[in-house]
Design a binder for this molecule. Sequence first.
Ligand code: FRU
Length: 503
Amino acid sequence: MPISRRTFLQMSGAAAVGSVWTRGLGSGDSGDASLCRKLASDPLRPQYHLLPSHNWMNDPNGPIYFGGRYHMFHQFNPSGATWGNMHWAHATSPDMIHWQHESIALAPTRGGPDSDGVFSGSAVLDNGKPTVIYTAVAPPNSSADATLRDGVHTWRETQCLAVAQDDALRTWKKVPEPVISSPPPGLDVTGFRDPALWHEGENWMLILGSGARGKGGMILLYTSRDLRHWTYLHPLIEGSPSKSASMNPVDTGEMWECPDFFPLGNRHVLLISTMGKVRWKVGTYTNQRFTPEKEGVVDWGSYYAAKTMLDADGRRILWGWIPETRPDTDLIAAGWAGAMSLPRVLSLSSQNELQTEVAPVAGKLRAGDAGNIDAVRIEDVAAEIEVHLQPRADDFKLRLYSDAGDFVSVSCSRQSGSRELRVNAITAPLPGPAGSPVRLHMFLDGSVVEVFVNETVALTARVYQIPSGPLQMKLDGSVKIASLHTWGMQPISRDRLTGSLCS
Ligand code: FRU
């Protein structure tokens, strides 16, 4: 289960967020040698997913292809392995798979509108100039000013702009005052954050994650000629009142975080994050209003705050934050938390449902293919598995195990007339007629397991188990293997991406 903001805050004891800023270890700083050794040899730390050298990360922010390189920014706490003190960390890649850390891109400015945190946002090219708009948080001047109240914090959220000062996107200049300083008048918002942007005719359009107290989640739509002066139009879409109650409106679905909105095929797609899941809606966008026709869940497991970009070939790429599911004390002991999902290519099915598959470029990492099930030996929990199954009944179980027990099991069963997929303790509905083929695609990387079934179901599991040796594979049930490939995966660094802390 992704951890809700409230849980993050409770877990991190984050009352100090915003008041105590400690200096982070950016590139070039030399870290503590024993911490470096521990992080670089931690078998639970992924070897081919992007993650910071140490400490806490959450949402992807402003991913953009610029100057022949991919730039990924993400929420980062330079002072600890739990949520708080939000900055934008920065990493670059030639191919969306091999990453190198850059120094921190955006940090809170003392006395500024982002004095308590640089929250999530997006990047665009403004006449070729990389520009970001992000949510800034600061103490409210009065309680009427507060837009974020989650039972732990009371903050004023405003939208701020920064422009890159160099082509490597290493230094950014902030516009000192917010470009959107308060919610539309008369709206009792449950939150006001996470801008996403696109260009429409002569205008820029911007959406914000929000909600109306007692009425439901809401996406607010704005327009501008110059990215600096914004006019509120109307809600792009509104949800409905929640049936449950909580101090944190994100937990009840009355606050929609991290919206993203883009054309795909002959439809538009809206992504929102709420109640621990990323939800997609596919529909039509006319007269600047969105009418959904289909909806679903982007990933049924440990996955949140997804955000897209266009790659060099114009494909729509989805990134998501893979949260931890273990307690705070374990995060602090480990010294790191969170990873970025592999890049996923989005498309629409013939039924206009959202489909995801890992970008083919991940195939660059493949090492030898085991060929048959009895020969499978997965070393260091780094593998890609592609298996096409022809079930005779909807009842099978694929296990990856060592003497330490099952590492991951993927099973299918019938539950009240429909098929259900289960990956360890996480379940998801598996669409398709009874007994229809199952194409299973899995990526194992330390404690991260990304699972895709038939392009329509995605599920990210976390497994905090250290196998006793190479993982072997077993398949039970009334099922035939139509094809099987199991590749080892090459790490993207020699030190589990700790280099910028340790070298
Ligand atoms: C989603 C989120 C965003 C916010 C950011 C703060 O995980 O809560 O709404 O901008 O994280 O870190």
